[in-house]
Design a protein around this ligand. Structure first.
Ligand code: SF4
Ligand code: SF4
Length: 132
């Protein structure tokens, strides 16, 4: 094994922020830090750890609040350097039809159905089913 450092971004179900490597130059060498990285209010963009003149990387994509500040800050966004795939809805959930419960995709072992009605009552379709 070589001593080369490797960086891995977490897997994500959808691509929220997309960079075009043919347009984005990492704001290098004009700016000390990529403007999109500086603008990110959630601090989840990092300058490219391999090559500073390449697009930044998005870490923790599920923490992106979809504010669009990164795109707004980019001087080349109109050329497509960075794009926000909106609406992203990168936190897909699935719903148990019987009860209306929602679960995150990837939950390895969803809990058994919860028979307690939600505060606002069951969804109308569940209520109808219960009354039958
Ligand atoms: S996407 Fe825009 S702001 Fe971000 S590094 Fe590339 S050129 Fe700079
Ligand atoms: S949309 Fe907002 S939170 Fe998401 S990467 Fe861009 S600046 Fe950060």
């Amino acid at each position: 094994m070589s001593g080369e450092k490797k960086y891995y971004a977490p897997l994500t179900p959808s691509i929220i922020i997309e960079f075009d490597p043919n347009v984005c130059d990492g704001c290098y060498p004009t700016f000390r830090e990529p403007l999109c990285v500086k603008a990110c209010r959630m601090d989840i963009l990092l300058p490219n750890p391999y090559d500073r003149s390449k697009p930044p990387i998005l870490i923790y994509p599920d923490e992106c609040c979809e504010c669009g500040c990164c795109v707004h800050a980019c001087p080349k966004s109109l050329q497509g350097a960075i794009k926000l795939n909106w609406p992203t809805h990168k936190l897909p959930r699935w719903k148990r039809k019987e009860t209306g419960e929602h679960f995150r995709v990837g939950m390895p072992n969803p809990p058994p159905p919860n028979p307690t009605p939600p505060v606002g009552g069951w969804y109308p379709e569940v209520k109808r089913r219960e009354e039958r």
